[in-house]
Design a protein around this ligand. Structure first.
Ligand SMILES: Cc1cc2nc3c(=O)[nH]c(=O)nc-3n(C[C@H](O)[C@H](O)[C@H](O)COP(=O)(O)OP(=O)(O)OC[C@H]3O[C@@H](n4cnc5c(N)ncnc54)[C@H](O)[C@@H]3O)c2cc1C
Length: 428
């Protein structure tokens, strides 16, 4: 407690320095302050609190585990015990991967990073006292805070979706409900009708995952196979090049997945999906991968958000007007470099975030993150093939699937089995 005013004023200086982005007399004082905290004989740790086990924070934890920063107390607050790697989710539903193949054990990763793992949900910030307040009522004071909490499904426009459909996020809930739904009243039989709602990459891949999952099972009511429909909304894969969309449509037709492009879904009941144009599709298993929104806690925390509620962050990944708060992943809008919500950005931001948190803690200039404008998209088709698209070029091949499988497996491996042994603690 006694140190708080000092900390607070020094962070005020730190804040102005970050905002100015260049060293000054004040910056030197900040450096001295941070250094004295790091080397003080009476340890007074600086609190770095990470909220959310998103993709970017995986890199932060790994980086701090590989190169620990003395004098820093690291805490991870995460709503879920495992970070689900969404790139492998369609393969998990299809049965290509085991559920655990696409999961990262956050407690283990936190342990590697020397961080305290708090399995709880951040509810709000007490910005005055600089503390995170959790659902369980615990308070975690921070000197530097980093937020990577992703997005949540927004199904307000589809009546009954929350009750009657499987929502794609949170992935842990999807997976546990998937086990129940896939077995519900069916024994080994596949449903006679299933619908996936969502015309982005996630919805597209999930439709193929269902086709694959049910291909070995005989559907109920004596049908030849499950009648599968993808309801894409106005446009299928709107952000992808024309050639990729052409390949995607052809692949859907070959897999006997009906595409409804145009009228969006307006309601989901236990046994059907109703469309805006009054059509009704029989469906005893409906998956929804449509619009998403930022978690309400971001706006409620009083941090700078855009009109939709995403945190506004500068290229240094600091939240606008709050230099001691960093953020990354789907929950942010990168000022001046707006991009679609995709894991590829959260991943690229992760390395810069890890570096900038370290720089902030040691009073050094921050790096700028530059979001790439072109990136590779690989869509799996559930049959050992994938469509790969980049720079307006698209191909469909087995090699593309092989490549994605390698990328995905090595991503998960680096935060689990691939973590090196930690050097023994210095006993002195
Ligand atoms: C089926 C599917 C397939 C996809 N495939 C791809 C792909 O191939 N390539 C690609 O680039 N993108 C893909 N995406 C998108 C990708 O999943 C997201 O862009 C990515 O996960 C975003 O990562 P993130 O770091 O923002 O956070 P997330 O990975 O969303 O993680 C956020 C974490 O924070 C936790 N959390 C949330 N609120 C709180 C709180 N208040 N307190 C504590 N913890 C909290 C959540 O439980 C969650 O674990 C796919 C998405 C889906 C659904």
């Amino acid at each position: 407690m006694g140190l708080l005013p000092t900390t607070s004023s020094c962070f005020g200086i730190l804040a102005r320095w970050f905002v100015a982005g260049r060293p000054s007399g004040e910056a030197n004082r900040v450096r001295c302050f941070m250094r004295s905290r790091m080397t003080s004989a009476t340890p007074d740790p600086t609190n770095l609190v990470l909220v959310g086990g998103g993709h970017a924070h995986l890199f932060v934890l790994r980086a701090f585990g590989l190169d620990p920063l003395p004098g820093v107390r690291l805490t991870l607050i995460a709503k879920e015990a495992h970070a689900a790697y969404s790139g492998m989710l369609p393969g998990v539903l299809a049965g290509t991967y085991r559920p655990e193949d696409g999961q990262i054990d956050l407690a283990r990763l936190a342990d590697f990073a020397g961080a305290a793992f708090v399995h709880d949900e951040a509810l709000t910030l007490d910005r005055e006292a600089r503390a995170v307040v959790t659902r369980e009522g615990a308070r975690f004071p921070y000197d530097i805070l980093s937020i990577d909490v992703g997005i949540v499904p927004d199904v307000a426009a589809i009546e009954g979706a929350r009750e009657n459909a499987l929502l794609v996020k949170p992935i842990s809930r999807l997976l546990s409900r998937w086990q129940d739904e896939a077995g519900r009243d069916r024994g080994d039989a596949a449903p006679s009708g299933a619908v996936v709602i969502g015309g982005g990459p996630a919805g597209f891949e999930l439709a193929f995952a269902l086709r694959r999952r049910f291909s070995g099972l005989s559907p109920s009511r004596g049908n030849r196979q499950t009648a599968l429909t993808l309801v894409s909304g106005p446009h299928l894969l709107s952000g992808l090049p024309k050639r990729a969309r052409h390949l995607a449509r052809r692949a859907l037709a070959e897999a006997d997945i009906a595409l409804v492009e145009g009228p969006p879904a307006k309601a989901v009941a236990r046994d059907r999906v109703e469309l805006e144009d009054e059509r009704s599709l029989a469906s005893s298993l409906t998956l929804v991968a449509t619009a998403a929104r930022p978690p309400a806690f971001l706006r409620e925390s009083g941090l700078a958000v855009d009109e939709k509620g995403y945190l506004k962050v500068s290229p240094t990944l600091q939240v606008e007007g709050s230099p001691t708060v960093f953020a990354a992943g789907d929950c942010v809008t990168l000022l001046g470099q707006e991009r679609p919500k995709a894991g590829v950005f959260a991943v690229r931001e992760g390395a810069v975030l890890a570096d900038n948190l370290r720089r902030a803690l040691t009073g050094r200039n921050l790096r700028h993150y530059r979001a790439q404008s072109r990136f590779l998209v690989i869509l799996t088709l559930g049959n050992g093939e994938a469509i790969a698209a980049r720079n307006g070029v698209a191909i469909r091949s087995r090699l593309a699937w092989w490549w994605k499988d390698r990328i995905d497996r090595s991503f998960v491996h680096q935060f689990g089995g691939g973590l090196p042994e930690r050097p023994p603690e210095d006993a002195s």
